[in-house]
Design a protein around this ligand. Structure first.
Ligand SMILES: *Cc1c(COP(=O)(O)O)cnc(C)c1O
Length: 367
């Protein structure tokens, strides 16, 4: 699915030299490497402020805690996402309110968001799934109407552009991840909170270090959400390559798109790839087929790796059973969970390997 070691290979000398510099520096947490990374990555994303944190999950925790969201509060989010999105809402004591996705984008259905707002709603938490922006224009309208902050889960969407600007710069906070399989993959866990507003940026920075401001004085309760200097220094080596890697992913995606739409396969068998906005960075290329499990088994037998993101939507997870969402309550996501299959898309996949994937998908489904 993803050959991370191959991607880091050409950079190995600079990475090891950089790691040695950090080891010699004696500064291992935050410090100048993290500050420099924050400036550079904020610039890349197009965000005003950036705060390096310990993971994408912790970025979400920081954002929710900085907005003071807690017990009794509701946060509206998508059910079709990685667990952390809703897990963090529950961990601060609030209630995730799940809404369905749109068939054409896998992203949150803004009309359903508008319908889900109650007098307990404290934030909207959309996800730019697989690297494609949500309809931020419509969502911003709903948020403004009810004076609600938006927390963007941009963990899969570094560099993604929406119709109204770069993701992570549009809401109160943007949350990014440097988990190794993300487009900018680190060497272990790492994450980032972005903010447009200086006051909100400061709040997030304070939350990152136990809520202390100044040191040993706590007017709020935060946590240890700090980024390591080593992580920041190594990510600074990789960041200048990101643009080119993303371009390769986009080229791979176009090749899949063309091959699948030229395949002549019936739409019920191979649904047309979702693509609505430009600016998709293709953290994943996800197709939909009614014969998903058979196709995956066939590809596996051909030694082609695939993945299912996500097999169970969050409203149907056992840990959220007490929220009372029945089977069939969010049908678009439930159907997507049965039909989605992510194909290899990483930079460095190469045209020959990609052709094998395409031939096997079309060959199998065309039988
Ligand atoms: C990866 C991911 C996260 C969590 O990021 P980690 O760095 O793994 O903690 C959160 N939300 C989404 C949508 C993700 O894909």
């Amino acid at each position: 699915m993803l050959d991370v070691a191959a991607q880091n290979g050409p950079l190995i000398d600079r990475l090891t030299a950089t790691a040695a510099d950090v080891i010699r520096s004696g500064r291992y947490i935050l410090g100048p490497e993290v500050a420099a990374f924050e400036r550079e990555v904020a610039d890349y994303i197009g965000a005003e402020h950036a705060i390096g944190v310990s993971s994408g999950t912790d970025a979400l925790m920081v954002a929710l805690m900085a907005l003071g969201i807690g017990p009794g509060d509701e946060v509206i989010t998508t059910t079709f996402t990685f667990f952390a999105t809703a897990g963090c809402i529950a961990r601060v004591g609030a209630t995730p309110v799940f809404v369905d996705i749109r068939t054409d984008t896998f992203n949150i259905d803004v009309e359903q968001v508008a319908a889900a707002v109650t007098n307990r709603t404290r934030a909207i938490l959309p996800v730019h799934l697989f690297g494609q922006a949500c309809d931020m224009e419509a969502l911003s309208g709903v948020a403004a109407k009810h004076s609600l902050p938006i927390i963007e889960d941009a963990a899969q969407a570094i560099g993604t552009k929406s119709s109204i600007g770069p993701v992570g710069s549009l809401g109160a906070y943007g949350c990014f991840s440097f988990f190794p399989s993300k487009n900018l993959g680190g060497f272990g866990d790492g994450g980032l909170v972005t903010a447009r507003d200086a006051v909100l940026a400061d709040k997030a920075r304070v939350m990152r270090a136990h809520g202390s401001n100044p040191k040993y004085h706590h007017s709020v309760i935060g946590g240890n959400f700090r980024m390591d200097a080593l992580q920041a220094a190594l990510l600074r080596v990789k960041l200048p390559e990101l643009e080119a890697w993303t371009a390769q992913r986009q080229e791979n995606a176009s090749r899949y798109d063309v091959a699948f739409s030229d395949s002549g396969l019936d739409e019920s068998l191979l649904r047309p790839p979702p693509r609505r906005f430009e600016g998709h960075i293709y953290n994943q290329y996800v197709l939909r087929t009614s014969r998903r499990d058979e196709l995956q088994a066939h590809l596996q037998a051909e030694r082609i790796a695939t993945a299912i993101y996500y097999p169970v939507p969050l409203h149907r997870q056992e840990c959220f059973a007490h929220l009372g969402y029945r089977e069939g309550s969010l049908p678009v996501s439930e159907q997507a969970s049965r039909e989605v299959l992510a194909l290899p898309i990483f930079a460095g996949l190469g045209q020959a390997r990609q052709k094998r994937v395409i031939d096997n998908v079309i060959g199998f489904l065309g039988q």
